[in-house]
Design a protein around this ligand. Structure first.
Ligand SMILES: *[C@@H]1O[C@H](CO)[C@@H](O)[C@H](O)[C@H]1NC(C)=O
Ligand SMILES: *[C@@H]1O[C@H](CO)[C@@H](O)[C@H](O)[C@H]1NC(C)=O
Ligand SMILES: *[C@@H]1O[C@H](CO)[C@@H](O)[C@H](O)[C@H]1NC(C)=O
Ligand SMILES: *[C@@H]1O[C@H](CO)[C@@H](O)[C@H](O)[C@H]1NC(C)=O
Length: 505
């Protein structure tokens, strides 16, 4: 009896001890995570892709890290952000379809436990600086209720970079409170000051998750004069301003790097850099030689600039051509942090790609659903729902099938002789539907040669895969246009959650 008690006691002590050893090891290896998301950055608009826009800080981090040259996101802001936060495809978050106005932007369903919540569970301090754009219908859908310890930024898709208004009302918040008193200060400068404050005040014994979601280089096309002067050589004036906006982003990343170094966090920081979708040539973001742009499932809409940097990478200074998608960050980062991935309300679509990036192991991802979004007849107060949709596209290995997609062409960068399109031109292309096309995007990354007549079996297989995915899709989570949002904004002189039944936190 006594002996067995002693044995039990010893076993218990031993397992508690090994638990603590495991726990401290897990903690010691948790990296700080700096997630840099640039808004609407075009494929051709970074120095390391040969741009005349100067991005020395971005280029240095990219070249000393692992550049992801076969990396994909979604076709515009909200679905990419939803997939980044949940690891699920837009057909599984209800963010596959776009409403024309965003008076009442649809949000991310609350039943998903999102990335900052998962990191917070394992001890991270979590901060969002910049753009949320995943809904603010009620307070509980805003960042500080979704796992972020702090939030300084805006709710909608974009705002004036100097007065921070969106559609005539202020859209700048600190936590849940409207942030007034910043009129005239360029948003990116404000964000960098916020990041500096967060990093300086951070308790270094805790892992840090900092999600810096830049507003640049999203329209309106605006930049402070100091940066504009550097791009006088670009004849297309708006393109010069866009270049200046990216210049600010690069300077911001340089400043953020410095403050991480001063605080002594840099060597333990994993940096992820990504665009949220392709550039929009109307607003002077370019994706040449890729076809298409933001909103489309052509490569120019979904193939993004991306890289990873950090001392913990086993290989550095390399280019990865493995297939990686924005849904992969969620399982990759949660696993690195020692957190738990849940399969509720449905399984994760992303893959843990850490070994692929860090050691060059073959990517577990062989297939990538770009989206499924067909026109639907729905009627709303102010909307015709069937005007903005992406169609469907899937990638399996080298091959990509597009079904019923709005057409799109190639736009060369203005400073290389290209001409930016006007809205009518983009609209005209959109009304021409390409019913079916197949490309070998490894051999033909610019999608110039439709090889569907040559490979009927591949077409059939990829179509079947789309239909398999379609069976698992949730209905698009479009909130009807809600004039209450406008009424609340008029009353507050700022946008705010407009359907709160309970304001207490
Ligand atoms: C970066 O830091 C310098 C020096 O403090 C400052 O002048 C500049 O405005 C900062 N840039 C940004 C984008 O915050
Ligand atoms: C960070 O790493 C560099 C290069 O390995 C080293 O020179 C430096 O001392 C390290 N800094 C800290 C704070 O550990
Ligand atoms: C799509 O656009 C391309 C490039 O402008 C053009 O060659 C092609 O004919 C268009 N296809 C359709 C169906 O409009
Ligand atoms: C696609 O292109 C790659 C690279 O050129 C080649 O290895 C592969 O065989 C091609 N696939 C098909 C089905 O043509």
């Amino acid at each position: 009896m006594i002996n067995s008690n002693v044995a039990l006691y010893t076993a218990t002590v031993f397992s508690i001890l090994s638990f603590f050893i495991f726990w401290t090891q897990a903690l010691a290896s948790q990296p700080h995570i700096l997630l840099l998301l640039v808004d609407d950055l075009g494929w051709s608009d970074v120095g390391y892709h040969g741009s005349q826009i100067k991005t020395p800080n971005v280029d240095r981090l990219a070249r000393e890290g692992v550049i992801l040259e076969n990396y994909y996101v979604q076709q515009y802001c909200t679905p990419t952000r939803g997939s980044l936060m949940t690891g699920r495809y837009p057909i599984h978050t209800g963010l596959q379809h776009r409403a024309i106005l965003s008076l009442t932007p649809f949000g991310l369903p609350l039943e998903f436990s999102i990335l900052p919540e998962k990191l917070k569970d394992v001890g991270y301090r979590t901060h969002l600086v910049g753009k949320w754009h995943l809904g603010y219908y009620t307070s509980v859908s805003t960042p500080t209720y979704r796992g972020f310890d702090s939030f300084f930024g805006f709710y909608n898709y974009g705002h004036d970079h100097f007065d921070h208004t969106h559609g005539g009302f202020l859209d700048l918040f600190r936590g849940e409170k409207v942030a007034r008193g910043y009129n005239g200060q360029y948003t990116t400068h404000l964000y960098v000051q916020e990041v500096e404050k967060i990093v300086k005040e951070h308790d270094s014994s805790k892992p840090l998750f900092l999600y810096m979601a830049f507003e640049n280089v999203h329209d309106p096309i605006q930049a402070p004069k100091k940066y504009l002067d550097k791009y006088n050589f670009i004849k297309d004036k708006d393109r010069g301003t866009y270049a200046a906006m990216m210049d600010v982003v690069d300077e911001a990343i340089g400043n953020i790097t410095e403050v991480f170094k001063e605080k002594g966090l840099w060597n333990d920081t994993l940096v992820i850099f990504s665009s949220d979708n392709g550039g929009d040539p109307f607003y002077r973001g370019f994706n040449y030689p890729l076809r298409g742009y933001k909103r489309t499932l052509w490569e120019g809409g979904v193939k993004a600039c991306g890289f990873v940097y950090g001392q913990m990478l086993k290989r550095k200074g390399v280019i990865s051509r493995d297939l990686i998608h924005v849904t992969d960050w969620y399982p990759t980062l949660v696993n690195l942090a020692g957190g738990a991935i849940d399969s509720k309300p449905m399984p994760v679509d992303g893959f843990d790609v850490w070994e692929t990036i860090s050691s060059g192991a073959p990517s577990p991802r062989k297939e990538l659903l770009h989206n499924i979004d067909f026109p639907e007849k729905r009627s709303g107060l102010l909307l015709t729902y069937d005007t903005w949709y992406s169609g469907a596209a899937i990638r399996v290995g080298d091959m990509k099938l597009l079904l019923h997609v709005p057409n799109a062409t190639w736009y060369q960068v203005p400073e290389e002789g290209g001409i930016a399109p006007d809205m009518d031109e983009i609209w005209d292309q959109k009304t021409n539907i390409v019913e079916l096309a197949l490309y070998n995007v490894s051999a033909d990354p610019s999608e110039r040669y439709d090889v569907s007549p040559k490979y009927p079996n591949i077409v059939r297989h990829l179509k079947d895969r789309i239909h398999e995915y379609w069976k698992t899709a949730v209905p698009p989570g479009i909130v009807p246009e809600d004039l209450m949002a406008l009424a609340v904004a008029m009353k507050n002189k700022a946008w705010a959650p407009w359907r709160d039944t309970c304001n207490a936190k």
